[in-house]
Design a protein around this ligand. Structure first.
Ligand code: NZQ
Ligand code: ZN
Length: 385
Protein backbone atom coordinates (compact mmCIF):
# COMPACT_ATOMS: atom_id res chain seq x y z
CA UNK A 1 0.00 0.00 0.00
CA UNK A 2 1.23 3.53 -0.72
CA UNK A 3 1.62 6.15 2.03
CA UNK A 4 -1.37 8.41 2.51
CA UNK A 5 -3.16 10.98 4.62
CA UNK A 6 -6.92 10.79 4.85
CA UNK A 7 -9.05 13.65 6.11
CA UNK A 8 -12.66 14.38 5.23
CA UNK A 9 -14.37 17.05 7.31
CA UNK A 10 -17.74 17.18 5.49
CA UNK A 11 -20.71 16.47 7.76
CA UNK A 12 -23.26 14.32 5.94
CA UNK A 13 -26.90 14.62 6.92
CA UNK A 14 -28.63 11.75 5.13
CA UNK A 15 -32.28 10.85 4.68
CA UNK A 16 -35.80 11.90 3.90
CA UNK A 17 -37.00 15.36 5.03
CA UNK A 18 -33.56 16.51 6.16
CA UNK A 19 -33.49 19.87 4.35
CA UNK A 20 -35.05 21.52 7.38
CA UNK A 21 -31.84 20.79 9.32
CA UNK A 22 -30.33 23.78 7.49
CA UNK A 23 -31.87 25.72 10.30
CA UNK A 24 -29.23 24.29 12.67
CA UNK A 25 -26.40 23.86 10.16
CA UNK A 26 -26.15 27.39 8.80
CA UNK A 27 -24.69 29.86 11.32
CA UNK A 28 -27.38 32.01 12.98
CA UNK A 29 -25.96 35.38 11.90
CA UNK A 30 -24.81 34.32 8.45
CA UNK A 31 -25.41 36.48 5.39
CA UNK A 32 -26.18 33.73 2.92
CA UNK A 33 -25.98 33.50 -0.88
CA UNK A 34 -27.99 30.56 -2.25
CA UNK A 35 -26.56 29.30 -5.55
CA UNK A 36 -28.56 27.12 -7.91
CA UNK A 37 -28.80 26.03 -11.54
CA UNK A 38 -31.68 26.40 -14.00
CA UNK A 39 -35.27 25.77 -13.04
CA UNK A 40 -35.19 22.36 -11.35
CA UNK A 41 -34.67 23.54 -7.76
CA UNK A 42 -37.54 26.01 -8.00
CA UNK A 43 -39.84 23.59 -9.82
CA UNK A 44 -39.44 20.67 -7.42
CA UNK A 45 -39.87 22.80 -4.33
CA UNK A 46 -36.33 22.48 -2.96
CA UNK A 47 -35.69 26.21 -3.07
CA UNK A 48 -38.89 26.91 -1.17
CA UNK A 49 -37.85 24.42 1.53
CA UNK A 50 -34.42 26.03 1.77
CA UNK A 51 -35.85 29.55 2.09
CA UNK A 52 -38.15 28.34 4.85
CA UNK A 53 -35.36 26.57 6.73
CA UNK A 54 -33.16 29.68 6.66
CA UNK A 55 -35.89 31.55 8.52
CA UNK A 56 -35.06 35.18 9.18
CA UNK A 57 -31.39 34.97 8.14
CA UNK A 58 -30.45 37.54 5.53
CA UNK A 59 -30.17 35.70 2.22
CA UNK A 60 -29.83 36.40 -1.48
CA UNK A 61 -30.05 34.12 -4.48
CA UNK A 62 -27.90 33.52 -7.56
CA UNK A 63 -29.46 31.24 -10.18
CA UNK A 64 -28.38 30.23 -13.66
CA UNK A 65 -25.27 28.15 -12.98
CA UNK A 66 -25.06 25.95 -16.07
CA UNK A 67 -24.28 22.24 -16.34
CA UNK A 68 -20.47 22.34 -16.73
CA UNK A 69 -20.38 25.64 -14.87
CA UNK A 70 -18.63 28.48 -16.60
CA UNK A 71 -16.00 30.82 -15.29
CA UNK A 72 -17.92 33.64 -16.96
CA UNK A 73 -21.10 33.00 -14.92
CA UNK A 74 -19.30 32.20 -11.68
CA UNK A 75 -17.32 35.44 -11.69
CA UNK A 76 -20.70 37.26 -11.67
CA UNK A 77 -21.58 35.35 -8.50
CA UNK A 78 -18.27 36.45 -6.97
CA UNK A 79 -19.37 40.04 -7.69
CA UNK A 80 -22.61 39.38 -5.77
CA UNK A 81 -20.67 38.01 -2.82
CA UNK A 82 -18.64 41.20 -2.58
CA UNK A 83 -21.55 43.56 -3.26
CA UNK A 84 -23.77 41.94 -0.59
CA UNK A 85 -21.07 41.25 1.96
CA UNK A 86 -21.91 37.53 1.94
CA UNK A 87 -20.18 35.26 4.47
CA UNK A 88 -21.82 31.87 3.80
CA UNK A 89 -22.67 30.06 0.55
CA UNK A 90 -25.33 27.42 0.04
CA UNK A 91 -25.31 25.25 -3.11
CA UNK A 92 -28.60 23.66 -4.21
CA UNK A 93 -28.07 21.20 -7.06
CA UNK A 94 -25.78 18.61 -8.59
CA UNK A 95 -22.08 18.59 -9.33
CA UNK A 96 -22.17 21.71 -11.47
CA UNK A 97 -23.71 23.94 -8.81
CA UNK A 98 -21.56 22.51 -6.02
CA UNK A 99 -18.37 22.81 -8.10
CA UNK A 100 -19.37 26.34 -9.07
CA UNK A 101 -19.92 27.21 -5.42
CA UNK A 102 -16.46 25.88 -4.53
CA UNK A 103 -14.97 28.16 -7.14
CA UNK A 104 -16.97 31.16 -5.89
CA UNK A 105 -15.93 30.35 -2.30
CA UNK A 106 -12.25 30.36 -3.27
CA UNK A 107 -12.39 33.26 -5.76
CA UNK A 108 -14.20 35.53 -3.28
CA UNK A 109 -11.15 35.34 -1.03
CA UNK A 110 -8.49 35.49 -3.74
CA UNK A 111 -7.03 38.88 -4.60
CA UNK A 112 -5.53 38.06 -8.01
CA UNK A 113 -7.08 36.98 -11.33
CA UNK A 114 -9.45 34.15 -10.34
CA UNK A 115 -8.43 32.06 -13.36
CA UNK A 116 -5.10 31.52 -11.54
CA UNK A 117 -7.04 29.18 -9.24
CA UNK A 118 -7.59 26.82 -12.18
CA UNK A 119 -4.19 27.44 -13.76
CA UNK A 120 -2.45 26.43 -10.54
CA UNK A 121 -4.88 23.53 -9.89
CA UNK A 122 -5.80 25.25 -6.64
CA UNK A 123 -2.35 25.74 -5.09
CA UNK A 124 -2.89 29.53 -4.78
CA UNK A 125 -6.02 29.02 -2.66
CA UNK A 126 -5.18 29.99 0.93
CA UNK A 127 -8.72 30.45 2.23
CA UNK A 128 -12.33 30.23 1.09
CA UNK A 129 -15.78 31.21 2.25
CA UNK A 130 -17.54 28.46 4.20
CA UNK A 131 -20.38 26.73 2.38
CA UNK A 132 -22.84 23.85 2.55
CA UNK A 133 -24.80 21.91 -0.06
CA UNK A 134 -28.22 20.40 -0.63
CA UNK A 135 -27.63 17.66 -3.19
CA UNK A 136 -30.27 17.04 -5.89
CA UNK A 137 -28.33 14.75 -8.28
CA UNK A 138 -26.10 11.82 -7.29
CA UNK A 139 -23.13 11.47 -9.60
CA UNK A 140 -19.98 13.44 -9.04
CA UNK A 141 -19.20 13.08 -5.34
CA UNK A 142 -18.63 16.84 -5.22
CA UNK A 143 -20.85 16.95 -2.14
CA UNK A 144 -18.11 15.27 -0.10
CA UNK A 145 -14.82 16.24 -1.71
CA UNK A 146 -12.53 19.19 -2.40
CA UNK A 147 -12.46 19.09 -6.21
CA UNK A 148 -14.20 21.36 -8.70
CA UNK A 149 -14.33 21.52 -12.49
CA UNK A 150 -14.91 24.84 -14.25
CA UNK A 151 -15.18 25.62 -17.97
CA UNK A 152 -13.91 28.82 -19.55
CA UNK A 153 -16.25 29.35 -22.47
CA UNK A 154 -14.03 31.84 -24.24
CA UNK A 155 -11.21 29.30 -24.73
CA UNK A 156 -13.20 26.02 -24.55
CA UNK A 157 -11.07 24.98 -21.59
CA UNK A 158 -12.48 22.59 -19.00
CA UNK A 159 -10.11 22.72 -16.04
CA UNK A 160 -10.17 21.51 -12.45
CA UNK A 161 -8.79 22.57 -9.11
CA UNK A 162 -8.56 20.99 -5.70
CA UNK A 163 -8.02 22.58 -2.31
CA UNK A 164 -8.70 21.44 1.25
CA UNK A 165 -10.27 24.88 1.80
CA UNK A 166 -13.25 23.95 -0.40
CA UNK A 167 -14.61 20.89 1.34
CA UNK A 168 -18.31 21.56 1.98
CA UNK A 169 -18.90 22.10 5.73
CA UNK A 170 -21.98 19.93 5.37
CA UNK A 171 -24.04 18.27 2.66
CA UNK A 172 -27.67 17.31 2.96
CA UNK A 173 -28.35 14.07 1.08
CA UNK A 174 -32.09 13.47 0.79
CA UNK A 175 -32.64 10.66 -1.76
CA UNK A 176 -36.19 11.87 -2.49
CA UNK A 177 -34.66 15.01 -4.02
CA UNK A 178 -33.58 12.83 -6.97
CA UNK A 179 -37.15 11.69 -7.78
CA UNK A 180 -37.60 14.47 -10.34
CA UNK A 181 -34.43 13.62 -12.31
CA UNK A 182 -34.95 12.55 -15.93
CA UNK A 183 -33.55 9.12 -17.02
CA UNK A 184 -30.69 10.83 -18.85
CA UNK A 185 -29.33 12.37 -15.63
CA UNK A 186 -29.94 9.20 -13.64
CA UNK A 187 -27.94 7.17 -16.17
CA UNK A 188 -25.22 9.81 -16.15
CA UNK A 189 -25.00 9.49 -12.37
CA UNK A 190 -24.53 5.72 -12.43
CA UNK A 191 -21.84 5.92 -15.12
CA UNK A 192 -19.94 8.78 -13.50
CA UNK A 193 -19.88 7.03 -10.12
CA UNK A 194 -18.85 3.72 -11.74
CA UNK A 195 -16.00 5.40 -13.62
CA UNK A 196 -14.76 7.18 -10.48
CA UNK A 197 -14.23 3.80 -8.89
CA UNK A 198 -12.52 2.39 -11.98
CA UNK A 199 -10.10 5.36 -12.12
CA UNK A 200 -8.92 4.55 -8.57
CA UNK A 201 -9.12 0.75 -8.69
CA UNK A 202 -8.18 -0.46 -12.15
CA UNK A 203 -4.50 0.50 -12.18
CA UNK A 204 -1.90 -1.95 -10.80
CA UNK A 205 -1.90 -3.99 -7.57
CA UNK A 206 -0.30 -2.55 -4.44
CA UNK A 207 -1.72 -5.02 -1.90
CA UNK A 208 -4.38 -2.52 -0.81
CA UNK A 209 -6.95 -5.10 0.13
CA UNK A 210 -9.39 -2.85 1.98
CA UNK A 211 -9.49 -0.30 -0.83
CA UNK A 212 -9.90 -3.05 -3.45
CA UNK A 213 -12.78 -4.70 -1.61
CA UNK A 214 -14.50 -1.36 -0.99
CA UNK A 215 -14.09 -0.50 -4.67
CA UNK A 216 -15.44 -3.87 -5.81
CA UNK A 217 -18.40 -3.49 -3.43
CA UNK A 218 -19.23 -0.09 -4.88
CA UNK A 219 -18.98 -1.39 -8.46
CA UNK A 220 -21.22 -4.35 -7.67
CA UNK A 221 -23.74 -2.10 -5.93
CA UNK A 222 -23.87 0.19 -8.97
CA UNK A 223 -24.30 -2.81 -11.29
CA UNK A 224 -27.18 -4.07 -9.12
CA UNK A 225 -29.05 -0.82 -8.65
CA UNK A 226 -28.13 1.04 -11.86
CA UNK A 227 -30.85 -0.46 -14.10
CA UNK A 228 -33.47 0.01 -11.34
CA UNK A 229 -32.48 3.63 -10.80
CA UNK A 230 -32.72 4.39 -14.52
CA UNK A 231 -35.64 2.25 -15.70
CA UNK A 232 -37.98 1.71 -12.74
CA UNK A 233 -40.24 4.24 -11.06
CA UNK A 234 -38.43 6.06 -8.25
CA UNK A 235 -38.13 4.03 -5.07
CA UNK A 236 -36.46 5.15 -1.88
CA UNK A 237 -34.06 2.26 -1.37
CA UNK A 238 -32.53 2.35 -4.84
CA UNK A 239 -32.13 6.12 -4.73
CA UNK A 240 -30.71 6.01 -1.20
CA UNK A 241 -28.13 3.39 -2.20
CA UNK A 242 -27.30 5.34 -5.34
CA UNK A 243 -26.81 8.55 -3.36
CA UNK A 244 -24.52 7.03 -0.77
CA UNK A 245 -22.59 4.98 -3.34
CA UNK A 246 -21.90 8.05 -5.49
CA UNK A 247 -20.64 10.04 -2.50
CA UNK A 248 -18.40 7.16 -1.40
CA UNK A 249 -16.78 6.79 -4.82
CA UNK A 250 -14.99 10.12 -4.62
CA UNK A 251 -14.65 11.20 -1.00
CA UNK A 252 -11.02 10.09 -0.72
CA UNK A 253 -11.65 6.76 0.97
CA UNK A 254 -11.10 4.26 -1.86
CA UNK A 255 -8.36 6.42 -3.40
CA UNK A 256 -6.22 6.55 -0.25
CA UNK A 257 -2.99 4.58 -0.56
CA UNK A 258 -3.53 3.40 -4.14
CA UNK A 259 -2.30 4.58 -7.56
CA UNK A 260 -4.88 6.61 -9.51
CA UNK A 261 -5.46 6.92 -13.24
CA UNK A 262 -7.94 9.73 -14.28
CA UNK A 263 -6.95 9.59 -17.97
CA UNK A 264 -10.53 8.71 -18.97
CA UNK A 265 -11.81 11.83 -17.20
CA UNK A 266 -9.16 14.15 -18.61
CA UNK A 267 -9.54 12.88 -22.18
CA UNK A 268 -13.33 13.07 -21.76
CA UNK A 269 -13.17 16.72 -20.68
CA UNK A 270 -12.10 17.68 -24.20
CA UNK A 271 -15.26 16.09 -25.63
CA UNK A 272 -17.38 18.20 -23.29
CA UNK A 273 -15.40 21.36 -24.00
CA UNK A 274 -15.56 20.99 -27.80
CA UNK A 275 -18.89 19.20 -28.34
CA UNK A 276 -20.91 19.87 -25.17
CA UNK A 277 -21.39 16.19 -24.33
CA UNK A 278 -22.57 15.44 -20.78
CA UNK A 279 -19.61 14.55 -18.55
CA UNK A 280 -20.77 10.96 -17.99
CA UNK A 281 -21.35 10.37 -21.70
CA UNK A 282 -17.73 11.21 -22.42
CA UNK A 283 -16.76 8.57 -19.86
CA UNK A 284 -19.06 5.97 -21.43
CA UNK A 285 -17.32 6.57 -24.77
CA UNK A 286 -13.73 6.73 -23.54
CA UNK A 287 -13.55 4.13 -20.75
CA UNK A 288 -14.07 0.88 -22.71
CA UNK A 289 -11.51 1.92 -25.37
CA UNK A 290 -9.09 3.22 -22.74
CA UNK A 291 -9.13 -0.17 -21.00
CA UNK A 292 -8.68 -1.99 -24.30
CA UNK A 293 -5.77 0.17 -25.51
CA UNK A 294 -4.00 0.03 -22.10
CA UNK A 295 -4.69 -3.61 -21.30
CA UNK A 296 -1.00 -4.56 -20.85
CA UNK A 297 -0.29 -1.97 -18.14
CA UNK A 298 -3.52 -2.89 -16.37
CA UNK A 299 -3.43 -6.66 -16.97
CA UNK A 300 -3.32 -7.86 -13.33
CA UNK A 301 -6.10 -5.53 -12.20
CA UNK A 302 -8.22 -6.25 -15.30
CA UNK A 303 -8.08 -9.94 -14.42
CA UNK A 304 -9.07 -9.17 -10.82
CA UNK A 305 -11.91 -6.93 -12.07
CA UNK A 306 -13.12 -9.69 -14.42
CA UNK A 307 -13.17 -12.26 -11.64
CA UNK A 308 -14.42 -10.32 -8.65
CA UNK A 309 -16.80 -7.84 -10.28
CA UNK A 310 -18.11 -9.77 -13.30
CA UNK A 311 -17.52 -13.34 -11.98
CA UNK A 312 -15.58 -14.36 -15.11
CA UNK A 313 -13.40 -17.31 -14.15
CA UNK A 314 -12.92 -19.39 -17.29
CA UNK A 315 -11.11 -18.85 -20.59
CA UNK A 316 -7.65 -17.54 -21.39
CA UNK A 317 -6.43 -14.36 -19.70
CA UNK A 318 -7.04 -12.34 -22.83
CA UNK A 319 -10.51 -13.76 -23.29
CA UNK A 320 -11.40 -12.88 -19.68
CA UNK A 321 -10.14 -9.32 -20.11
CA UNK A 322 -12.05 -8.91 -23.40
CA UNK A 323 -15.23 -10.16 -21.79
CA UNK A 324 -14.88 -7.86 -18.75
CA UNK A 325 -14.46 -4.83 -21.04
CA UNK A 326 -17.42 -5.95 -23.15
CA UNK A 327 -19.56 -6.35 -20.04
CA UNK A 328 -18.61 -2.82 -18.95
CA UNK A 329 -19.73 -1.46 -22.32
CA UNK A 330 -22.95 -3.52 -22.23
CA UNK A 331 -23.70 -2.21 -18.73
CA UNK A 332 -23.43 1.40 -19.93
CA UNK A 333 -25.56 0.64 -23.00
CA UNK A 334 -28.19 -1.10 -20.83
CA UNK A 335 -28.68 2.33 -19.25
CA UNK A 336 -29.45 3.72 -22.75
CA UNK A 337 -26.14 5.53 -23.04
CA UNK A 338 -24.20 5.33 -26.32
CA UNK A 339 -20.58 4.24 -25.98
CA UNK A 340 -19.27 5.29 -29.40
CA UNK A 341 -18.42 8.72 -30.79
CA UNK A 342 -20.69 7.98 -33.75
CA UNK A 343 -23.67 7.75 -31.34
CA UNK A 344 -23.18 11.49 -30.80
CA UNK A 345 -22.52 12.41 -34.45
CA UNK A 346 -18.75 12.73 -33.94
CA UNK A 347 -16.63 11.26 -36.77
CA UNK A 348 -12.95 10.51 -37.47
CA UNK A 349 -12.30 14.05 -38.72
CA UNK A 350 -12.83 15.34 -35.16
CA UNK A 351 -9.89 13.42 -33.69
CA UNK A 352 -7.11 15.76 -34.76
CA UNK A 353 -8.84 18.72 -33.08
CA UNK A 354 -9.38 16.74 -29.88
CA UNK A 355 -5.73 15.70 -29.74
CA UNK A 356 -4.66 19.31 -30.33
CA UNK A 357 -6.80 20.44 -27.40
CA UNK A 358 -5.20 17.80 -25.18
CA UNK A 359 -1.82 19.14 -26.19
CA UNK A 360 -2.86 22.76 -25.59
CA UNK A 361 -4.02 21.83 -22.09
CA UNK A 362 -0.83 19.94 -21.24
CA UNK A 363 -2.54 16.53 -21.16
CA UNK A 364 0.44 14.71 -22.62
CA UNK A 365 1.44 12.28 -19.85
CA UNK A 366 -1.68 10.91 -18.22
CA UNK A 367 -2.51 7.80 -16.20
CA UNK A 368 -1.02 5.93 -13.28
CA UNK A 369 2.28 5.46 -15.15
CA UNK A 370 2.20 8.87 -16.91
CA UNK A 371 2.46 6.90 -20.14
CA UNK A 372 -0.78 8.00 -21.81
CA UNK A 373 0.75 10.21 -24.46
CA UNK A 374 -1.05 12.13 -27.19
CA UNK A 375 -0.52 9.07 -29.41
CA UNK A 376 -2.24 6.83 -26.86
CA UNK A 377 -5.15 9.27 -26.59
CA UNK A 378 -5.41 9.35 -30.39
CA UNK A 379 -5.58 5.54 -30.40
CA UNK A 380 -8.31 5.68 -27.74
CA UNK A 381 -10.36 8.12 -29.82
CA UNK A 382 -9.88 5.93 -32.91
CA UNK A 383 -11.02 2.87 -30.95
CA UNK A 384 -14.10 4.84 -29.82
CA UNK A 385 -15.46 5.67 -33.28
O1 NZQ B 1 -29.87 23.39 -13.89
P1 NZQ B 1 -31.03 22.67 -13.34
O2 NZQ B 1 -32.34 23.19 -13.80
O3 NZQ B 1 -30.98 22.53 -11.84
O4 NZQ B 1 -31.00 21.18 -13.96
C1 NZQ B 1 -29.95 20.26 -13.71
C2 NZQ B 1 -29.01 20.12 -14.91
O5 NZQ B 1 -29.63 20.47 -16.11
C3 NZQ B 1 -30.56 18.90 -13.60
N1 NZQ B 1 -30.98 18.55 -12.23
C4 NZQ B 1 -30.24 18.54 -11.09
N2 NZQ B 1 -30.96 18.08 -10.07
C5 NZQ B 1 -32.19 17.83 -10.54
C6 NZQ B 1 -32.22 18.13 -11.92
N3 NZQ B 1 -33.32 17.96 -12.68
C7 NZQ B 1 -34.43 17.48 -12.08
N4 NZQ B 1 -34.47 17.15 -10.78
C8 NZQ B 1 -33.39 17.30 -9.98
N5 NZQ B 1 -33.42 16.91 -8.70
O6 NZQ B 1 -29.55 18.02 -14.00
C9 NZQ B 1 -28.74 18.64 -14.99
C10 NZQ B 1 -27.29 18.28 -14.80
O7 NZQ B 1 -26.81 18.80 -13.58
P2 NZQ B 1 -25.24 18.82 -13.26
O8 NZQ B 1 -25.06 19.41 -11.92
O9 NZQ B 1 -24.51 19.44 -14.41
O10 NZQ B 1 -24.87 17.27 -13.27
P3 NZQ B 1 -23.75 16.48 -12.50
O11 NZQ B 1 -24.09 16.34 -11.07
O12 NZQ B 1 -23.55 15.27 -13.30
O13 NZQ B 1 -22.45 17.42 -12.56
C11 NZQ B 1 -21.61 17.45 -13.68
C12 NZQ B 1 -20.44 18.38 -13.44
O14 NZQ B 1 -19.62 17.91 -12.34
C13 NZQ B 1 -18.25 17.79 -12.79
C14 NZQ B 1 -18.41 17.48 -14.26
O15 NZQ B 1 -17.23 17.69 -14.97
C15 NZQ B 1 -19.52 18.44 -14.66
O16 NZQ B 1 -19.02 19.73 -14.84
N6 NZQ B 1 -17.54 16.78 -11.97
C16 NZQ B 1 -17.17 17.13 -10.73
C17 NZQ B 1 -16.40 16.29 -9.93
C18 NZQ B 1 -15.99 16.67 -8.57
N7 NZQ B 1 -16.28 17.88 -8.11
O17 NZQ B 1 -15.34 15.89 -7.87
C19 NZQ B 1 -15.94 15.00 -10.40
C20 NZQ B 1 -16.65 14.51 -11.62
O18 NZQ B 1 -15.83 13.57 -12.27
C21 NZQ B 1 -17.03 15.57 -12.59
O19 NZQ B 1 -15.93 15.93 -13.40
ZN1 ZN C 1 -16.64 12.06 -13.15
Amino acid sequence: MLNFEFHNPTRIVFGQDTTSSLHELVPRNARVLILYGGQSAERNGTLAEVRKALGDRTHYEFGGIEPNPTFETLTKAVGQVHARDIDFLLAIGGGSVIDGTKFVAAAAKYAGDPWHILETVGSVVQEALPFGAVLTLSATGSEMNFNAVVTRKATQTKAFFASPHVFPQFSILDPTKTYTLPPRQLANGVIDAFTHVVEQYLTYPVEARVQDRFAEGLLQTLIEIGPKVVHDPADYDSRANMMWAAAMTLNGLIGAGVPQDWATHLVGHELTALYGLDHARTLAIVLPSMLRVRREGKRAKLLQYAERVWHITTGSEDARIDLAIEKTRDFFESLDVGTHLSDYGIAADAIEGLVQQLQAHGMTQLGEHSDVTLETSREVFEASL
